[in-house]
Design a protein around this ligand. Structure first.
Ligand code: HMG
Ligand code: MG
Length: 302
C-alpha cells in the first residue's frame, strides 16, 4: 500500500458531535476534562462545542461556560457556528477557529438549520466574511454527502455544487460528511474525484464518516487511497446528529488510530490514553463505548 499518505491529521469531534446527541447532560467540568484529556493524548485538533441555538441543542447550551473553563487552550479548539449570532457569542470568548455546517440536501437544510438549501448561504455568507475579517480560520462542513434519510441517494453534482459554494465563502477546509453512514468505498472515490475535477485539492478536503452501516474504516481506506489526509473522528465512537434520526456514532478515533498504526501512517496519537478517556467518559454516560477497539483494549486490560 505504498501509495498511501505518510501522515494524517485526526480532527477530533467527540466533545461536539459526540456529546450533542447524548441523552445524558454531561456537566461542563466533565466536558472540559474530556477536551483536555483528548489534547493530552496527542489529538492536534479537538472541536469543543457549538454556538448554535441552545433550544435546538440543549446538550451544548453551556458552550460559553465550557470555553471559559478551557481558558487560553480553548481558543485553539474549533467551535461550530451557524450564523452571526453564534459568531458574536464565539468572538466574545476569543474563539480563533469556527466551523460552519451546510447541508447538501433541501430537507436536511430545513430540519437542521430552519433554512432552505439556498437560504443557508445567505446565513453563512456574512458569518464567514465577518469571521475572516476578525482573523479567524473557518472550516466548512457539508452534511448528507452520500445519502439523506428523507431524500435517499444524493447526486454527486449536488454535493460538489453545495460544497464548493460553502468552501468558496472563505473556508480553509471542507469536511465531507456521511451524516447517516450509508456511503461505501467506491462512492468515496467518486466523490473525491468529483471535487478534485471541480478544482479542489485533496489537502483542502477532510472526510467525516459515521459508522452506522459499519463502513467507516473501509471508506477511510478508500479516501486515503485518494490522497485525503484529514479525518474527523470521535473518541469512543460517540455521536450523531439530533436532527437526522439515522445518524449514529461517528467513526471512533480509536478504530481509526488502530488502522493507521497498522498501515504505518503517522498520526501522533497515544491510543491507550484515548481508550482510557473513552472508558472514563462511558462511565459518565452510563453506557459502554460502541468502538470495537475500545472494547478489545479495555477488556484485555491493556
Ligand atoms: P432559527 O430559529 O431560524 O433562528 O434557527 P433565527 O435566526 O430565526 O433566530 C430566532 C431566535 O434565536 C433569535 O432570538 C435569535 O437571536 C436566536 P430572538 O430575537 O427571537 O430572541 N438565535 C440564537 N441564539 C443563540 N445562538 C445562536 C442563535 N441563532 C439565533 N447561534 C439556527 C436557526 C441555525 C440558529 C438553528 O436552526 C440551529 O441552532 N441549528 C443548529 C442545529 C445543530 O446544531 N445541529 C447539529 C450540528 S450539524 C451536524 O452534526 C452535522 C456535522 O457533524 C457533519 C455531518 O455529520 O455530516 C457537522
Ligand atoms: Mg457528524
Amino acid at each position: 500500500m505504498s501509495e498511501l499518505p505518510a501522515a494524517v491529521t485526526i480532527y477530533e469531534v467527540g466533545p461536539r458531535d459526540g456529546l450533542q446527541n447524548e441523552k445524558t447532560l454531561v456537566p461542563t467540568g466533565v466536558k472540559a476534562e474530556f477536551v483536555q484529556r483528548l489534547r493530552l493524548a496527542g489529538l492536534p485538533i479537538v472541536e469543543a462545542t457549538s454556538f448554535v441555538h441552545p433550544k435546538w441543542v440543549p446538550q451544548l447550551a453551556d458552550a460559553a461556560e465550557l470555553m471559559e473553563l478551557l481558558g487560553e487552550a480553548g481558543r485553539d479548539c474549533p467551535v461550530l457556528v451557524p450564523n452571526e449570532r453564534g459568531l458574536d457569542r464565539a468572538l466574545e470568548l476569543g474563539a480563533q477557529h469556527i466551523a460552519i455546517f451546510g447541508s447538501a440536501t433541501e430537507t436536511f437544510a430545513q430540519k437542521n438549520l430552519n433554512r432552505s438549501l439556498d437560504e443557508q448561504f445567505a446565513m453563512f455568507e456574512p458569518t464567514v466574511r465577518r469571521a475572516r475579517d476578525a482573523g479567524l480560520d473557518v472550516r466548512a462542513y457539508v452534511s448528507m454527502c452520500f445519502g439523506d434519510p428523507w431524500e435517499g441517494a444524493v447526486p454527486v453534482e449536488q454535493v460538489v455544487s453545495v460544497g464548493k459554494r460553502l468552501f468558496d465563502l472563505g473556508a480553509s477546509q471542507l469536511s465531507l460528511g456521511d451524516t447517516i453512514g450509508v456511503g461505501t468505498a467506491g462512492q468515496v472515490t467518486d466523490l473525491v474525484d468529483a471535487f478534485t475535477a471541480a478544482g479542489m485539492d485533496t489537502d483542502q478536503l477532510a472526510m467525516h464518516f459515521h459508522d452506522t452501516y459499519g463502513q467507516a474504516l473501509a471508506n477511510t481506506l478508500s479516501a486515503l487511497q485518494s490522497g485525503i489526509t484529514t479525518f474527523d473522528a470521535s473518541a469512543g465512537g460517540l455521536g450523531g446528529c439530533p436532527y437526522a434520526k439515522s445518524a449514529t456514532g461517528n467513526l471512533a478515533t480509536e478504530d481509526l488510530v488502530w488502522m493507521l498504526t497498522g498501515l504505518g501512517i503517522e498520526h501522533g496519537v497515544d491510543l491507550r490514553e484515548v481508550v482510557a478517556t473513552s472508558v472514563w467518559m462511558a462511565g459518565h454516560l452510563g453506557r459502554p463505548s460502541p468502538s470495537a477497539v475500545v472494547r478489545a483494549l479495555a477488556e484485555s486490560g491493556a
